[in-house]
Design a protein around this ligand. Structure first.
Ligand SMILES: C[S@@+](CC[C@H](N)C(=O)[O-])C[C@H]1O[C@@H](n2cnc3c(N)ncnc32)[C@H](O)[C@@H]1O
Length: 307
């Protein structure tokens, strides 16, 4: 299958990273290599390391990066430090994360990310470990409801979790459409009629859980920020409010000098800010980009510079 993915907020990322042609850069989410190749093209004696946990993405990015000063590593970006150190790199001048799934992963029905096409209920970016089917067939109603509520902000989480548990007693879930039908059957008819994609929130929630996306993001941000040289930039594109909140709060924490509890009348920690916010408000796609790239609709870019 051809890998088609238009890089989101490309110019804004390149500008945010303020690329030094002699520097060392990390792209933690290579995907189809769209951002990676544009970064690598701007390097002279510099070098790019691109990571992705999906073997299909590594293959596609490999093609896009041919002849460019870039090295690909198949790993999760929460292992960024050991991936870089394995290449003899102990400091980087900038890093990018373009989170979530690629258009390719969504469009390839066999990956099981989409509720629009019937396919095995998989959703694993790395193509290893427990699948979404394993999760919905084994988790308790309470756990499923928590996942749907926390990661999908699904108002009918408890009802949907109940239907899932009921249905799997007759036959375990194997496909995306079995799950989509079960989700729809748990919703009040008026909601079902009004909401064009009643499975959207639940599918997002299960994908986040299957790939431990929020834990991985927290750990990855710390590892990557640690590796940045002073003056190095860290740019992150998020696609939903849970991710964006994590990034916003972490960037704010790094950009805050004092870490004393708010009730202290004066600062006793003498803390220094670790970073400076380059974007106070997130950058979003322009009207022009929205026209040709649907994926940019919910994208938010935040950038911080290490002090
Ligand atoms: C939105 S796409 C990136 C697209 C890329 N920027 C481009 O222009 O082609 C996200 C990619 O990141 C990968 N990914 C998501 N989370 C990851 C993680 N924790 N570690 C490594 N790769 C991850 C996915 O497999 C997917 O290929």
């Amino acid at each position: 299958m051809e890998f088609s993915h238009i890089p989101v907020l490309l110019n804004e990322c390149l500008e945010g990273l303020a690329i030094d042609p002699t520097g060392t850069y990390l792209d933690g989410t290579a995907g189809g290599g769209g951002h990676s190749s544009e970064i690598a093209k701007r390097l002279t004696t510099g070098r790019l390391v691109s990571l992705d946990q999906d073997p299909d993405a590594i293959e596609a990015a490999g093609k896009a990066l041919q002849g460019l000063p870039a090295t690909l590593v198949k790993t999760n970006f929460c292992n960024a430090r050991s991936a870089l150190q394995g290449l003899g790199i102990y400091q980087i001048n900038g890093a990018l994360l373009d989170l979530g799934v690629s258009s390719h992963q969504l469009d390839d029905a066999s990956r099981g990310f989409s509720y629009r096409a019937d396919a095995p209920l998989d959703m694993r970016m790395s193509q290893s470990g427990p699948t979404a089917a394993d999760l919905v067939n084994t988790a308790s109603r309470e756990e499923l409801a928590r996942i749907l509520r926390e990661y999908g902000e699904e108002p009918y989480a408890w009802a949907i979790a109940g239907k899932i548990v009921q249905r799997r007693e007759q036959e375990p879930f194997a496909t995306t459409l079995q799950l989509a039908d079960t989700i729809a059957s748990a919703l009040p008819p008026a909601v079902r009629r009004k909401d064009k994609n009643p499975s959207r929130r639940s599918f997002q929630a299960l994908r986040i859980a299957v790939n431990s996306e929020l834990d991985v993001l927290s750990q990855g941000m710390e590892e990557i920020f640690d590796m940045l040289a002073p003056g190095g930039r860290f740019a992150i594109i998020t696609f939903h409010s849970l991710e964006d909140r994590l990034v916003k709060n972490k960037f704010r924490q790094w950009a805050t000098a004092c870490t004393c509890p708010p009730e202290y009348p004066v600062c006793v920690c003498g803390g220094k800010a670790k970073g400076t916010l380059i974007t106070r408000k997130p950058i979003e796609a322009t009207a022009e980009e929205l026209e040709y790239n649907r994926r940019s609709r919910s994208a938010k870019l935040r950038v911080i510079e290490k002090n």
